[in-house]
Design a protein around this ligand. Structure first.
Ligand code: UD1
Length: 361
């Protein structure tokens, strides 16, 4: 028997597709929507192959309210949504701010109002980012949920901060609404089947797709952006989290929203100075999703060569503008309240990324 019908926006994307698989395998009935702005149509067939069944999918743009509303008319028994549909490239967002605000904010406004008005239950899991913390001060590392939020420099980052504001205000205004904002650190890797994974268009901006394309000979060499940071080996430090572990956190978040009732709603730590009023409702939750371990760029590069046995040509290059020196998560709150932990060994994660790259031919 199904555990309930969940709407997944941005379902064909990198994290969306992995979450689709994990939610289905956990017993949820998933309705996926995507406009394929930054994803491929064949992902749907690949998800069907992994799951061994046909799936429910609608091609729509969530910023088109009328089109989006039809999904709810077709599926009035939706009890929760996981909202990924958004643009996510920091550099592009600086050149195209209106695209980012329309796509990221209007889609969210439509989702909140449609969930409120037309869904059986209004539970929303929101795809947020550690970018809301900006460059954290050293004393706040590892970053817990109560670390100060710093104004983001890019429209992408600002759209995530605004989205959290909009959701937290909505929780206060709408008594039926429950929200879980998940702040991801750096998702990497691919499904063990190698049927789904990250599909960057053009030259990859993110580290691991660039690494795997270099290992495959598509790129000449990797540029390591900076070795003069104030870190042990001079390169930047991040918290790289396996995308399947990350997808599983969404399953736990939906489980939590569906099972939390007025009587147990306050069974969580309120440690969010920014959103204290929303947290007091017992219907607003924020979790950092990372491994709790920081890895430098050079450690990741060496780890990749060791895990795969493939040589990776690299050079030290100047710092990339806008890069944060070091950031990693304190994921204890997610472990305590969601019963979730990212525990896939980094070697396995890097091998999964390499297997995915090889599958692309
Ligand atoms: C970036 C965004 C973040 C977004 C994430 C996923 C910023 C400040 N943050 O994270 O908001 O959620 O992408 O889209 O832009 N690196 C190299 N060589 C490369 C590529 C990257 O050395 O060719 C280094 C970077 O300098 C950085 C690390 O690898 O230190 C990770 O970079 P990347 O994968 O782009 O992620 P973030 O910049 O952390």
């Amino acid at each position: 028997m199904s555990k309930g019908k969940i709407l997944l926006t941005g379902a064909a994307g990198y994290i969306g597709s992995h979450t689709w698989v994990q939610l289905s395998e956990a017993g949820y009935d998933v309705v996926g929507v995507d406009n394929f702005y930054n994803s491929e149509r064949n992902v749907i067939g690949r998800i069907e192959k992994i799951l061994g069944k046909t799936v429910n999918f609608e091609e729509i743009d969530c910023s088109d309210r009328d089109a989006f509303s039809k999904v709810f008319q077709k599926h009035p028994d939706i009890v929760g949504a996981v909202h990924f549909a958004a643009c996510k490239a920091v550099g592009e967002s600086i050149d195209k701010p209106l695209l980012y605000y329309r796509n990221n904010i209007v889609s969210l406004l439509n989702l909140i109002s449609l969930m409120n008005e037309q869904a059986e239950k209004a539970n929303i899991v929101f795809s947020s980012s550690c970018t809301v913390y900006g460059q954290p001060d050293k004393e706040h590392l590892p970053i817990a949920e109560n670390a100060p939020l710093k104004r983001s420099l890019s429209p992408y980052g600002k759209s995530k901060q605004m989205a959290e504001e909009i959701l937290s205000d909505s929780v206060i205004a709408f008594p039926e609404l429950k929200v879980c904002a998940l702040r991801y650190f750096n998702p990497i890797g691919a499904h063990p089947s190698a049927l789904i994974g990250e599909l960057p268009r053009g030259v990859p901006q993110n580290l691991v797709p660039f690494v795997t394309q270099t290992a495959a000979g598509i790129r000449d060499h990797l540029n390591v952006f900076g070795n003069d940071y104030n870190t042990p080996d001079g390169s930047c430090i991040r918290d790289y989290i396996y995308v399947v572990d990350l997808a599983n956190a969404h399953v736990k978040a939906i489980d939590k929203l569906l099972s939390s009732t007025d009587s147990n709603a306050n069974n969580h730590t309120i440690e969010e100075p920014t959103y204290i009023e929303a947290a007091k409702t017992g219907r607003w939750f924020v979790y950092n999703l990372g491994t709790g371990k920081g890895l430098s760029v050079l450690e990741l590069v060496n780890g990749f060569m060791k895990a795969t046995g493939v040589n990776l040509p690299y050079q030290i290059a100047p710092r990339r503008q806008g890069d944060i020196e070091q950031v990693w998560a304190d994921p204890k709150k997610a472990e305590r309240e969601l019963g979730w932990k990212a525990d896939t060994p980094i070697e396995d994660v890097l091998r999964s990324a390499w297997n995915w790259q090889k599958s692309l031919g």
